[in-house]
Design a protein around this ligand. Structure first.
Ligand code: NAD
Ligand code: IPM
Ligand code: MN
Length: 380
């Protein structure tokens, strides 16, 4: 039996709270399916930096690169809600999150936007159902190593000394744009289209009416699209896209965009899902994968035992699916399928839902329910 090595980086704030839950689900799955998983956990992040002077133990990057079959990350960031910036505040996120994305060549950030049944959206402090469940089912594919982020990983000076005039460089290359747009079209091939009409399409979101980098991105998208005549082309400027995303989410199937736009748009898209705690993501490269929820360390709720662990659990589900396909391992693929059904059944059932989406279940109670559903699936 193959042993899969999973490196777990819980990080800060609610990172460890949600990672604990994903770990419980992962252990249950490995017992139910007889998987041989080696879970290698490393402390890291902002807190760790304050204790040790380093963002993560020496050799952790190499562990992720050379040993791990996949990396699971919680969140890196502030753990308390202090308003002032502490020394090195930004460094751990940049070194760990951006360092892994660029260092492992994780060029595609895949962020599915799905709405489950019985979710209540908390808007202006009131919980109510907003979008019909079937209207929200898209994937936002975010370019993950270029744009404004390419430079950030190296230049510590960029954040330590801010003068009266600052320039942020954005790098967009033809090669990077081609990789990510091709990834998006390939992804669309395996999907069943936009909710509105069941037609497959890839929407290119950019600001090519103003920015040269976006012109290159759009031109590259257009030339890649010729190779996928069966998939619809669609263009939106990023400002208009924010409107369309909330007004008519049913129009979108796969969306491809540049790095920073993708960062912002996926927090906005989390509103369609019921909240940021619902949103999973996968960072995919040629040889590696790193899986993390879209949210950060959430200092405003850290330590209160109310975080929603679903985004983290679904990120782990994406890890099982990716690893299963990559290793051609049917059992892993089946476990991923089971977990996705278990989460779906849990929301359909509608009891003990996460506090974030109008329920009353703390993180551990949410996990208990998902484990219950997993066990039911495996009895039948
Ligand atoms: P955040 O994503 O941590 O939180 C934004 C809002 O969403 C908060 O109100 C928070 O309570 C809520 N939220 C987030 N996750 C939730 C969950 N699982 N359940 C319920 N509610 C949840 O963004 P922020 O407050 O701007 O950032 C805090 C820190 O996290 C910063 O230091 C930032 O740099 C870092 N960050 C890290 C990552 C990462 O590691 N991948 C991602 C985003 C932000
Ligand atoms: C995300 C986060 C990161 C980003 C930060 C922590 C560097 O916001 O994963 O969405 O900006 O990409
Ligand atoms: Mn973000």
């Amino acid at each position: 039996m193959t042993t899969y090595k999973i490196v777990m980086l819980p990080g800060d704030g609610i990172g460890p709270e949600v990672m604990d839950q994903a770990k419980r689900v992962l252990i249950t799955i490995s017992e139910l399916h007889n998987l041989d998983l080696e879970l290698i956990e490393r402390p890291c992040g902002f807190e760790y930096l304050h204790e040790t002077g380093e963002p993560w133990p020496e050799g952790t990057f190499e562990l992720c690169r050379d040993v791990a079959d996949a990396v699971l990350l919680g969140a890196i960031g502030r753990a308390d809600n202090a308003k002032t910036l502490a020394v090195g505040e930004h460094s751990p996120g940049r070194i760990i999150v951006l360092g892994l994305r660029s260092g492992l060549g994780l060029y595609a950030n895949v962020r599915p936007v799905m709405l489950f049944p019985n979710i209540m959206h908390n808007i202006s402090g009131e919980f109510r159902p907003l979008w019909p469940v079937e209207n929200v089912d898209m994937v936002i594919v975010r370019e993950n190593t270029e744009g404004f982020y390419a430079i950030q990983k190296n230049e510590d000076s960029a954040l330590s000394g801010v003068s009266d005039e600052v320039t942020d460089k954005r790098i967009i290359t033809k090669k990077g744009s081609e990789l990510i747009t091709r990834f998006a079209f390939e992804l669309a091939r395996g999907r069943s289209g936009a909710p509105v009409d069941g037609k497959r399409r890839v929407t290119c979101v950019d600001k090519s009416n103003v920015l040269n980098g976006c012109r290159l991105f759009r031109e590259t998208y257009n030339s890649v699209a010729w190779d996928y005549p069966e998939i619809g082309r669609d263009h939106k400027f990023v400002d208009a896209f924010t409107l369309a995303l909330l007004q008519n989410p049913e129009n979108f199937d796969v969306v491809v965009t540049t790095n920073l736009f993708g960062d912002i748009l996926t927090d906005l898209a989390a509103v369609l899902q019921g909240g940021l705690g619902m949103a999973p993501s996968a960072n995919i490269g040629v040889d590696s994968g790193m899986f993390e929820p879209v949210h950060g360390s959430a200092p405003d709720i850290a330590g209160k035992n109310i975080a929603n662990p679903i985004g983290m659990i679904l990120s782990m589900q994406m890890m099982l699916k990716w690893l299963g396909e990559r290793k051609d391992d049917d059992i892993l693929q089946q476990s991923a399928g089971d977990l996705s059904r278990a989460v779906e059944n849990y929301f359909k059932n509608g009891r003990s839902l996460p506090i974030e989406v109008g329920g009353d279940a703390d993180p551990s109670a949410v996990t208990n329910k998902i484990i219950e559903q997993l066990k039911k699936i495996n009895v039948n």
